[in-house]
Design a protein around this ligand. Structure first.
Ligand code: GUN
Ligand code: ZN
Length: 434
């Protein structure tokens, strides 16, 4: 057992439904046994109740729950920074040529390690990962994620039209390859499987039927929706019988409480109502939406309809793997929306980067906050002495103000430690770079 002495901060409440300030919780110490939080409270009380247990002092900064990224593309890790194009041109020019390279298993193995080590370095310990179109590349991702103990939900990306031929499967091959991967990896430790048609633009009705059959195996579902106006018009032309973009999925039974749709920048009210009715969730990816010029996410309309929302980095369209940057960009974009925007507080930002993601991924009974009984997945945000963030933290008036400074100024350089189910990344017990 170890007692962690730190400025422990988490958001067990939902700031979108209650008083934001009331969603925040603070403590002085956590007692961790076998990777699980066994007790929390004042340091003196924990020490008195558990004399002789070692104390790990995390002085300075804040200790927050490991971040939860609900939308990030593993095969695009080496393709960040393709600026200047809208979605469909960006896919053709930057993303898809890179994704073709993952046909080479050793290339995929190297990218998987870089990707997962990048997530951990950014403080992300749970993620819904948009996979590769190649099954061996998925084996590489799952194997490497399992070694590192991360909570990863992912799956083979499926398409049967519109993309480069190397990236296509027939619906029959999609069924067979996905079923194999589900057998090998779903519910394997902290790994889970997600059926992943790229978007209905690149998936025929037959392919979406195959996805529905796979979903019957009790796995997760993810795809893209309503990201870009040209994409939406193309989908409308490809599915003349659909009422709207979400209908292309819902007609196949793919809108469920285990479904996470990325983007949804341009939804109609009927789509928001259907998402809420079905209990499906949305991954908001603000730096990607900014970089591709996709638009300003209508967060208020999602919240008012009762649609669950969390954050995704959407690397490689997004600007890196660091969730606090997404939270800050989400804040900026709500400001830019003027009266239609939702004013986000620092407590909202922490919630969006942690517990909201855990709820969207159905992992909130295990991670996302520091309740007793949950896994100790944690990030210690502690800037180097003399940095502008360190100066600002010294002048923060309270914890909410400290969070504001962190979300505004922090980068992965300020991640001083990451624990994955109680094991410190970079320690002798942890695979990956030291
Ligand atoms: N829609 C379909 N594929 C992609 C992708 O790789 N990135 C983004 N942002 N949107 C997509
Ligand atoms: Zn995406």
């Amino acid at each position: 057992m170890t007692i962690f002495a730190a400025a422990v901060v988490d958001t067990p409440g939902d700031p979108f439904t209650g008083n934001p300030a009331g969603a925040l919780r603070q403590d002085e110490a956590l007692l961790v046994r076998d990777g699980v939080i066994a007790a929390r409270g004042p340091l003196a009380a924990l020490r008195a109740a558990h004399p002789g247990e070692p104390v790990t002092r995390l002085d300075g900064g804040l200790l927050v729950p490991g971040f939860v990224d609900t939308h990030v593309h593993y095969p695009q890790l080496r393709a960040i920074g393709g600026l200047g194009l809208p979605l469909l041109d960006w896919l053709d020019r930057y993303a898809l040529p890179e994704e073709c390279k993952l046909a080479d298993r050793s290339y995929a193995r190297a990218v998987a390690a870089e990707f997962l080590d990048g997530l951990v370095a950014a403080g992300t310990t749970s993620a819904l990962v948009f996979g590769s179109h190649f099954a061996p590349a998925m084996d590489e991702l799952f194997a490497a994620a399992g070694q590192r103990g991360l909570n990863i939900t992912s799956g083979l990306v499926l398409s049967d039209r519109e993309l480069p031929p190397d990236l296509l499967h027939s619906p029959e091959a999609a069924l067979a390859d996905s079923a194999d991967l589900i057998l090998r990896w779903h519910d394997h430790g902290r790994l889970r499987y997600a059926v992943t048609p790229r978007f209905s633009l690149s998936a025929s009705d037959e392919m979406l039927d195959a996805c529905a059959e796979l979903l019957g195996k009790g796995v997760w579902f993810t795809s893209h929706i309503n990201e870009n106006v040209a994409e939406i018009a193309t989908v409308a032309g490809l599915f003349p019988g659909s009422r709207h973009y979400l209908d292309t999925y819902s007609q196949h039974g793919l809108v469920t409480p285990r479904s996470v749709f990325a983007h949804n920048v341009h939804p109609g009210d009927a789509e928001l109502a259907l998402l809420a009715e079905c209990g499906a969730s949305v991954a908001h990816c603000p730096t990607s939406n900014s970089a591709l010029g996709s638009g300003l996410f209508p967060l208020r309309r999602h919240v008012e309809h009762g649609v669950r929302v969390a954050l995704g980095t959407d690397v490689g369209a997004g600007a890196g793997l660091f969730l606090p940057k997404e939270a800050l960009q989400a804040y900026f974009m709500q400001r830019l929306l003027g009266p239609a925007g939702l004013a986000l507080t620092p407590v909202h930002l922490l919630y969006l980067a942690t517990r909201a993601g855990a709820r969207v991924l159905g992992l909130d009974d295990r991670v996302g906050d520091f309740a007793v009984g949950k896994d100790f997945d944690a990030v210690w945000l502690r800037p180097a002495d003399g940095s502008t963030l360190a100066v600002n933290l010294r002048h923060a008036s309270d914890t909410t103000d400290a969070l504001a400074r962190i979300f505004t100024l922090a980068s992965p350089a300020d991640v001083a430690g990451v624990w994955v189910r109680g094991v410190k990344a970079g320690s002798a017990a942890y695979p990956g770079p030291r």
